[in-house]
Every structure is written in C-alpha cells, then in structure tokens.
Design a binder for this molecule. Sequence first.
Ligand code: PMP
Length: 410
Amino acid sequence: MNLDLIRKDFPILETQVNGHQIVYFDNGATTQRPLPVVNAVVDYVTHQNGNPHRGAHIFAISASEAYDTSKEVVRDFIHARSEKEIIYTRNTTESLNLVSRSYGETHLKKGDHILITIAEHHSNLVTWQRAAEKTGAVLDYIYIDKETGHFPEEELKKINDPRVKILAFAQVSNVLGVEFDPKPLIKRAHAHGAVVVLDGAQSTPHKQIDVQDLDCDFFAFSGHKMCSMGGIGVLYAKEELLDEMEPFLMGGDMIETVEEQTTTFAELPAKFEAGTQYVEGAVGLVAAIKYIQAIGYDDIRAQERKLVTRCLEGMKKLPFIQIIGPKNPEEKEGLIAFEVEGVHPHDVAQIMSAEGICIRTGHHCAEPLHHYLGVNASCRASFYFYNTEEEVDYFLDKLKDVRKVMGYDD
Ligand code: PMP
C-alpha cells in the first residue's frame, strides 16, 4: 500500500489549521471521500443524470443502468445471494428503522423479548425501545464485562431464552472498538428461531463482510463511513424475510399496480425503495467499494493495526489517560475512546482542534453504555487506512500537553 499515493486522493487531508496540517482522526463518525469517488459522482451528474426506471430516453436509461448495476457491486461486496436482498437507504440508522418498523413492529407480540447489548449506538437502541413500546415486547440487554469489554457467558445465555424473537447488535462497538464475534451469537439465536439484526456501521469499513457466512438475517451499513458520499446506506435482508415484510415507505416505483383503493407492490428490492432513487449516492458507493477493494482489506487492517498499536502504546505512557474498553491493540478495530483525567472531553477536543487535530467527543450516540461504565462523556480517536504513524505521534505529543494547557502542573 503506497500511503503517499493514497493520500494524494484525499486533498482535504492537506488542510492547514493554525499553521498545522490537519490530522483527521474522526473516521468513526465519517470518512473522507477520495477523488475517484468524487470524480465518479461528478461524471455521472455531468453526463448521465436522469430519473431511473421512469421514461425511455437516454438519461432515464443511463440512470437506470448506473443504479441497477450498482446493486450487483454491493451484492458481491457483502456476498449476498441476490440483488433483491440489497435495499438502499440513507444510512445505517434508516436501515435499522426499516427493520424495526417493517419487521419488528409487525412480528413482535406482548411478552416477546428484543435482546440488544448495552454497547449499542442509539440507532440500534431507540429504534427497539419504540418497537417494544408499540408491541408490548420487552427490551432486554446483554451487559459487557466492564474490564474486558466482552460479553461474559452468563450474559450470553440470555440469547437462549425462547422468548427472544429479535437479537440486534453492532458487530463492532463505536466506543469500545471491540468486535463481537457475531457467528456464535447468531447460531444461538437461530437455534430457537429468533432473527438477528447486525449493525455493520463500524465493521464494514474495516473488514470483509460475508452475510451468507455470517448467516445474519439483516445487516446494515453506511456509505459515508467507508469513503462514499453521505446519504446512502444499505440494508441487506434475507429475501424470504423481505418478501413477507410490509414496505416502509409508500410512493412511486415501489408499486406494481395502483387502483383507487388498493395497491400491489413491486418485486424486491423496489418494494422498499419508494420515490426517486439517490443514483449519485449509488454511483459513489460503487466507486468507494472499488477503491477499498483495490487497496484490499488486508492492507487496510494492517495499517489500522499499526496506528492503533502505536497510539495505545503512547497513551499507556500518559498516566492521566484512561482508555475505555480493551487496551490490547488486537481487540481494537481502528478506534480508541479515552478520558483525560480532570479535563472535560469538550476541552480536550477544543485544545486538539486548535492544533489541527479532529477527534470526537461526547456520548458518541451511546449514552446508556457511558452510564453503565460510569463515564459522563469521552473522547474518541478513530483511524482509517490513509492515516499515518507521524499523525499518531503528533496527536500523542499534543495529548501530552492537554493537562498543562488546562493549568495542571504535570
Ligand atoms: N451504529 C454504529 C455502531 C455507529 O457507529 C453509527 C454511526 N456513528 C451508526 C450505527 C449510525 O450510522 P449513521 O449515522 O450513518 O446512520
């Protein structure tokens, strides 16, 4: 992997802040878009733009082609069986809402259990609170071991309860950085017929996904966290589930025939994609997938592992830094959440920002996890393949001084 060449594809990384070159460590929130992705979108908009699946003119056809072929690329990317199983949404959040509304709220009954983990992002938590409220189902949690960040066996046994009808969890936590090995959990849930919803927002950018091998029932991810444009996300679902589900949105292009009082719905995946499709987003997603595949996940992971290792080693030398979740680089998928003793995370972020360093602070949309861990808020540095070890060193150097800037003597 030629990092110098790769970084040329990201002119935004040349941005200067107060005389310092930007260090972008907020990739868990959103990644930057490389020129091949930007150019693919510009090329589509400049030469091919039309409204897909409507009309017979040249641009209706080129838009339809761009849109429909993008589904083949996404299907292949996550190894789904059929393009019918690939639904475009705005992002992971919308994908999870689609599952919760169109599957959860129509299949759950009073007394059923929805099982999620305490480490969930709000998009995989508030959605299920609502489904529980609407149906009378019970929302139950799997709690992590506070020291290791993993699930103790006692907690995992909750999955075996036959009242659990839906198990939903993030493959990689956006705070702990841990990957929860999904396959054994999925097997347990399937043993008594529960369906499994995987939130792949933080896993898909960093590792090869194979939905057939995972055997999950639903899988959600966002384009913008993997070099694509914002505003496009994916919901994968097994065809047999989508077939029996109600559409989430009603409108154009999701119908077969419409009478005054009745409608029959289109075939999959159109049934779940009402309204004019976001073709620019689909084109950008394809370009992002091709970009990532050209680099290869092996190299992506090797670079991230290098950065995480160096950063953790440096942080461990700073006695006032508390790392959240596991401290072993092998267990961190490209991100490190931490606290600086005696300094509010927002102050840390402000000080870092003045030095050109972008990190995230707050709850990271995982408020119940922060409460459970007894942490008010935290900082998070999250990496992607275009980050460098020099950037990590610069970050550590500035982190060392944060307490001094706040008036501490050390
Ligand atoms: N799940 C996880 C684990 C996430 O990290 C995020 C984004 N922070 C989401 C879901 C939601 O993604 P989006 O905002 O793209 O819908």
